[in-house]
Design a protein around this ligand. Structure first.
Ligand code: ADP
Ligand code: F6P
Length: 321
C-alpha cells in the first residue's frame, strides 16, 4: 500500500485532530503517502482531496474540532454519489481510507468498502460513545469532562438558591453520556432513553430529598429521554413548592481541548488504523476493549447495539441518602 486517505465524518468530536495527526505521521513513517479529504464523504464525492505532510499536522494534538472539516452528507446514501467517491479515490491512486467518525460514518464505511471491495478502517469518534465493539470512542472522555465542569458550576447556583436543576446533555438516542456525567457530578437523578420514566417515582424521590434535608437537587437528562423544558413544566406542576430551573448544555459538549485520555486514545487508534490498512484489512474498525486496542469487523459493529452503563443508576441511588 503506497497511498492512503484520511477523513473526518459526521458529528465532530474533540480528539479528531490527534487522530488525524497519528494517521498522517504513522503512514509517512512507513513510507506511505497520505491524502486528506476535506469535509467527509462530501469531499470524497467532490474530489476535495490534497496531499498531507508531517508538517500539515503540527500543533494540532491539543486542538478541538477537525482541520479536515466534517459534514453530514445524506446524499452518500445514493449509489451514484458513492461511485463518484470511488472514482475520485482511484483517480488519486488512493488504495485505502482511514475514516474518523461515528455510527453513521461506520454504516457508510461498511457499505462503501463492501460495494467496491475497498480497504477502509473506521476510527470510532463520537461524543455519544455509541459504537459497538469499543469501550470508548474518540471525544467521549472530553465531552464527559466538559459537561461535568459545566454542571459543577450549575451546582453552585443550585445550592445558593436551593433550587432543583434539570440539565440536558447530548447523546442522541443513547444514555451513555448522561450516565457517565450524572455519576461524576453527583446527580440525584439521571433520566435516559433506555429506561421508561416513572414520573410518580421521580416526584417522590424529589420530595424525599427535601425531607432528607437536601437543599437542592440535580437531574441529568439525556436529550433522547426528553426536553428539559418539558420535564421542568411537568415537575413544577407536581412540586409547586420547589423552584425548578433548566440548563441545556448543547454544543459546548462537542468542543474544547481534547483531554489526555482522548488524545492518547485517538493517537493509538490512528497508529493501529494505518497498520491495518498496510496489512490490507478490509471493512474494519479499531476499538478499545478491556484496556487493549482491538480490531472489529465493521459488519459486526453496525449490526449490534451498545449497552449503556446502567449500573451507574444503582450507584447514584446508593449515594442519594
Ligand atoms: P456520525 O458518523 O457522527 O454518526 P452521521 O450519522 O451524519 O454522523 O453519518 C455521517 C455520514 O455518513 C452521513 O452524513 C452520510 O454521509 C453517511 N451515512 C450515514 N449513514 C449512511 C448510510 N446508511 N448510507 C450511506 N451513507 C451514510
Ligand atoms: O452524534 C453527536 C451529536 O452531538 C449528538 O449527541 C447530538 O444529538 C447530535 O450530534 C447533534 O447533531 P448536529 O451536530 O447535526 O446538530
Amino acid at each position: 500500500m503506497k497511498r492512503i486517505g484520511v477523513m473526518t465524518s459526521g458529528g465532530d468530536a474533540p480528539g479528531m485532530n490527534p487522530a488525524i495527526r497519528a494517521v498522517v505521521r504513522t503512514a509517512i513513517g512507513l513510507g506511505i503517502e497520505v491524502f486528506g479529504v476535506k469535509g467527509g464523504y462530501k469531499g470524497l464525492a467532490e474530489n476535495d482531496i490534497f496531499q498531507m505532510t508531517s508538517r500539515s499536522v503540527s500543533g494540532i494534538i491539543d486542538l478541538g474540532g477537525t482541520i479536515l472539516k466534517t459534514i453530514r452528507f445524506p446524499q452518500f446514501k445514493e449509489k451514484k454519489v458513492r461511485e463518484k467517491a470511488y472514482k475520485n479515490l482511484k483517480g488519486n491512486k488512493i488504495e485505502g481510507l482511514a475514516i474518523i467518525g461515528g455510527d453513521g460514518s461506520a454504516q457508510a464505511a461498511y457499505i462503501f468498502s463492501s460495494e467496491f471491495n475497498f480497504p477502509v478502517v473506521l476510527l470510532p469518534a463520537s461524543i455519544d460513545n455509541d459504537l459497538y465493539g469499543t469501550d470508548s470512542t474518540i471525544g467521549f472522555d472530553t465531552a464527559v469532562n466538559t459537561a461535568v465542569d459545566a454542571i459543577d458550576r450549575i451546582r453552585d447556583t443550585a445550592t445558593s438558591h436551593e433550587r432543583t436543576f434539570i440539565v440536558e446533555v447530548m447523546g442522541r438516542e443513547h444514555g451513555n453520556l448522561a450516565l457517565e456525567v450524572g455519576l461524576a457530578c453527583g446527580a440525584e437523578i439521571i433520566l435516559i432513553p433506555e429506561i421508561k420514566i416513572d414520573w410518580d417515582k421521580i416526584v417522590e424521590e424529589l420530595e424525599n430529598q427535601k425531607i432528607q434535608g437536601k437543599s437542592s437537587s440535580l437531574i441529568v437528562l439525556a436529550e433522547g429521554a426528553g426536553k428539559a423544558d418539558d420535564v421542568a413544566k411537568l415537575l413544577q406542576s407536581r412540586l409547586p413548592e420547589q423552584e425548578i430551573r433548566v440548563s441545556v448544555l448543547g454544543y459546548i459538549q462537542r468542543g474544547g481541548k481534547p483531554t489526555s485520555a482522548t488524545r492518547n486514545l485517538a493517537t493509538k487508534f490512528g497508529v493501529e488504523a494505518v497498520r491495518m490498512l498496510k496489512e490490507g484489512v478490509h471493512g474494519s474498525m479499531v476499538g478499545f476493549k478491556n484496556g487493549k486496542i482491538v480490531r472489529m469487523p465493521l459488519k459486526e459493529v453496525i449490526s449490534q447495539k451498545t449497552t449503556p452503563p446502567i449500573e451507574n443508576l444503582e450507584i447514584v441511588k446508593l449515594m442519594d441518602i
